[in-house]
Design a protein around this ligand. Structure first.
Ligand code: HEC
Ligand code: HEC
Ligand code: HEC
Ligand code: HEC
Length: 144
């Protein structure tokens, strides 16, 4: 129901504003992001080339919202909050997705980043050769 409502308003917005909404760069966020886990700096914080991913993937691959404690799909132009603002012990206490603890930044990061990297490495030999599914792809051992 809510999903439908949101989908509807997105379509309406689209009809009203036409393609303008696509060309106006709403806040796209930083080009590179260092994500630091709450618990420790071990393994090293993951470095995330945001812009590079934006060039290949839709915002909705990674961003979503929440209503009534449930995940709602990303809607074009919505406010984007840090993963940790929901994926923490207060907001999503005890929530899991398989083995992943969604009330941690690690769970959010691995559920999204690592899951996709694994999937793509499996499907694409070139990406596998780039070792994108290995820990060091996101948790580099040495500072570059
Ligand atoms: C595709 C990217 C990616 C890969 C590959 C990846 N991780 Fe992560 N990992 C993250 C992100 C994002 C976080 C959350 C932010 C952070 O802690 O750096 C995280 C968090 C963690 C944390 C929690 C750190 C903390 O302080 O809470 C551990 C431990 C961890 N990863 C271990 C691993 C191990 C071991 C591997 C290899 C099996 C691995 N990761 C592979 C992206 C990745
Ligand atoms: C491959 C995953 C991915 C894609 C695709 C992606 N983002 Fe992000 N984005 C992230 C992550 C991860 C962060 C860091 C969140 C954090 O620090 O907790 C982020 C951060 C942001 C931020 C800053 C949020 C803040 O408060 O610091 C904005 C704004 C943003 N993204 C907008 C977008 C938009 C708009 C798109 C589509 C054009 C997009 N992103 C595509 C993963 C992605
Ligand atoms: C506004 C709150 C909110 C923000 C911000 C948020 N999430 Fe979520 N996320 C949720 C909710 C709610 C769920 C569903 C939890 C449940 O009921 O199991 C969820 C589920 C997930 C899941 C498991 C389901 C799935 O889609 O695979 C992953 C992985 C995930 N989020 C990653 C992220 C990442 C990565 C970010 C930052 C780029 C992020 N989330 C930002 C609220 C949020
Ligand atoms: C929807 C799929 C997808 C998601 C989600 C995703 N990635 Fe990626 N990422 C890729 C692909 C594909 C590449 C390889 C691009 C290339 O080199 O052609 C990549 C490349 C990278 C690289 C560069 C690796 C290298 O050695 O060149 C880093 C670092 C990275 N991702 C970190 C992250 C982190 C951290 C997250 C989560 C915040 C994330 N990625 C989420 C698909 C994804």
């Amino acid at each position: 129901m809510l999903k439908k409502l949101i989908a509807c308003s997105v379509v309406t917005l689209f009809l009203v504003t036409g393609t303008a909404i696509l060309s106006v760069a709403s806040d796209a966020g930083p080009e590179e992001i260092t994500m630091v886990g709450a618990k420790s700096k071990k393994p090293k914080p993951s470095i995330f080339p945001h812009k590079k991913h934006q060039d290949s993937f839709k915002c909705a691959e990674c961003h979503h919202g929440m209503a009534d404690g449930k995940q709602v799909p990303y809607a074009e132009g919505q406010d984007v909050a840090k993963c940790e603002s929901c994926h923490n012990k207060d907001v999503l206490a005890g929530k899991k997705s398989g083995k992943l603890k969604l009330d941690t930044i690690k769970g959010a990061g691995h559920g999204n980043c690592l899951a996709c990297h694994k999937k793509m490495a499996k499907e694409n030999a070139e990406l596998k050769a780039k070792k994108i599914a290995k820990c060091a792809a996101c948790h580099p051992k040495k500072k570059k």
